[in-house]
Each structure stands twice: as structure tokens, then as C-alpha cells.
Design a protein around this ligand. Structure first.
Ligand code: HPA
Length: 284
């Protein structure tokens, strides 16, 4: 097993493979696109796509048909690097492996990471299809992306998480959503290990703990982005009410169908966020 203290020497070679394909373009925004939301990568202009299999250190997805690729291109005046497809802890990877691609996005120059996911709604007032801006998170994964030796070249041993989801960028997202007439919710995301959906008893526990949306991703990537000093915007698509709220069984089909239904709204919001980040000099 490689130790975390040589992480720098694994992140930068992967970034170099990408950079060799980009010419003089340097991405300033990293997009991590969640279940059913990956189509946005195909909207990037003048795009270069690289299969994860070509990138040293990228974990291979073990879910058949979810190969995954990095797409670099422009949108809303911003040069973006998008992850179309991500791996999860439930696939058998460590949290550090899951988060490795996010480190490469930051090494490529991303100042802001926009991380998206599909999540179950814990707040019973939220209908499926609600978009939730992540204000903060609870980490109930049983592994941590920074476990092991720290590589001081990448970031500090004990990163502060007080403003993990940058307050100024949350304000920006809220303004963009209001201008587009989107009724954006805001709340706390909890990461659960999966791959089962929660039991109704777990859902009641998570509600008591103060969470508003539950999913199986996002936290490892946010942790490494903050470790390396990037700012983070997180958006959950509430694809279903969490287990037990309606009593209906949960299914992956419902998750992907809801994500597909809000796709246009979601993509419009991302377009608006990118344009606002550029207009306000947040990517300098
Ligand atoms: N729970 C956990 N992860 C999810 C859910 C859920 O209800 N919906 C989509 N991802």
C-alpha cells in the first residue's frame, strides 16, 4: 500500500497527463457531477475528454457501464474540468481513493469545486426534484479521505471545516437561483456508507442529528478540496423522500428519473453560477 505522504507524487503525474492534452488552457472550476447529472459534461464547449483509465491513480469504477471520463471545456466564460462519473466508498474503495480525482482537479488549477449529488430528502416538506444548496455536512462514512500520513505539500494535518461550503459562494448561488425563479432549498448533507438506502429508523436518527438530505458521496471530495485550499459549492438534487417518510419502497430508477426530470433546471443553474463566478472575479 502506498502511504499518504507520497500523495503529491501521485496527484501531479495524473494532472500532467491531463495538462499535456490541454495546450495553454487552465481550468479554474472543477465540476463533480452526481448520479443522473453527468450530462452537463457534454455541454462544455471546445471539449477534450479523457477516460479515467488513462489517468494514473484514478480508481476504476466497478459498476459495469460507468467507466467515467474527465471533460475539460468552456461554459459561461469559465474553463471547467468536469468529472463525468465518480466512484463511491460502497464500491470497495477507500475514502482517499474516492477523493483522488478531486485532488487532481485542484492540482489542475480549479479554484472552485462544484460538487453535485442525488440525495434522499430528510425534510418531509421537500418534494422530489427540489434542489438543495449544501450549507454544511455530517460525515457518517466509516472512512476518512485524510486518514493516514499527511502530505504537508498538499495541505495541513488538521484542516478547518468551519466554512467548508464557502459562505460568499452560497450567497452567489442563492442570488443566481432567485434570478432564475428556482426555489432553492438549503441544508445539511449527511454522507452514509450505503449501498443500502437507509432504514426508516436511520432516517429518524439522521433527522434528529440535524441533517436535511442523505446520500453516499460528496464528503470525501469536499474534504480534499478544502485540504488543498479550493473553495466549494455543493448542490444536492433531492431525488426521493428518504425511507419511511411516505412508506413507499426506494429504487435507483426513481433516483435517476427525478434527476432526469430536473436536468434542465439544474443545468441552467450551473450555467448561471459559472457566469456569476466569472463576472465577480471569483476565479482569479
Ligand atoms: N439515501 C441515500 N442515498 C441516496 C438516496 C437516499 O434516499 N437517494 C439518492 N441517493
Amino acid at each position: 500500500m502506498t502511504s499518504a505522504s507520497d500523495l503529491h507524487d501521485r496527484v501531479h503525474p495524473a494532472a500532467a497527463v491531463v495538462r499535456a492534452r490541454l495546450g495553454d488552457r487552465a481550468p479554474r472550476v472543477g465540476l463533480i457531477l452526481g448520479s443522473g447529472l453527468g450530462g452537463y459534461a457534454d455541454r462544455l464547449e471546445d471539449a477534450v475528454a479523457i477516460d479515467y483509465g488513462e489517468l494514473p491513480g484514478f480508481p476504476a469504477s466497478r459498476v459495469h457501464g460507468h467507466a467515467g471520463r474527465l471533460v475539460v471545456g468552456r461554459r459561461g466564460g469559465a474553463t471547467c474540468v468536469a468529472m463525468k462519473g465518480r466512484v463511491h466508498v460502497y464500491e470497495g474503495h477507500s475514502a482517499a481513493q474516492v477523493a483522488f480525482p478531486a485532488r487532481v482537479l485542484v492540482a489542475l488549477g480549479a479554484r472552485v469545486i462544484i460538487v453535485t449529488n442525488a440525495a434522499g430528502g430528510l425534510n418531509p416538506a421537500w418534494a422530489p426534484g427540489t434542489l438543495m444548496l449544501i450549507r454544511d455536512h455530517l460525515d457518517l462514512l466509516r472512512d476518512h479521505a485524510l486518514r493516514g500520513d499527511n502530505d504537508d505539500r498538499l495541505g495541513p494535518r488538521f484542516p478547518d471545516m468551519t466554512t467548508a461550503y464557502a459562505p460568499a459562494l452560497r450567497a452567489l448561488v442563492k442570488e443566481v437561483a432567485a434570478a432564475q425563479g428556482i426555489d432553492l432549498a438549503e441544508g445539511v448533507y449527511v454522507a452514509m456508507p450505503g449501498p443500502t438506502y437507509e432504514t426508516p429508523a436511520e432516517v429518524r436518527m439522521l433527522q434528529v442529528l440535524g441533517a436535511d438530505a442523505t446520500g453516499m458521496s460528496t464528503v470525501p471530495e469536499v474534504v480534499v478540496a478544502r485540504h488543498m485550499g479550493a473553495r466549494v459549492i455543493g448542490i444536492s438534487c433531492i431525488t426521493n423522500q428518504a425511507a419511511g417518510i411516505t412508506g413507499a419502497a426506494l429504487s435507483h430508477d426513481e433516483v435517476t428519473e427525478t434527476a432526469a426530470r430536473v436536468r434542465t433546471t439544474f443545468e441552467g443553474l450551473l450555467d448561471g453560477i459559472l457566469a456569476a463566478l466569472v463576472a465577480r472575479g471569483e476565479l482569479a
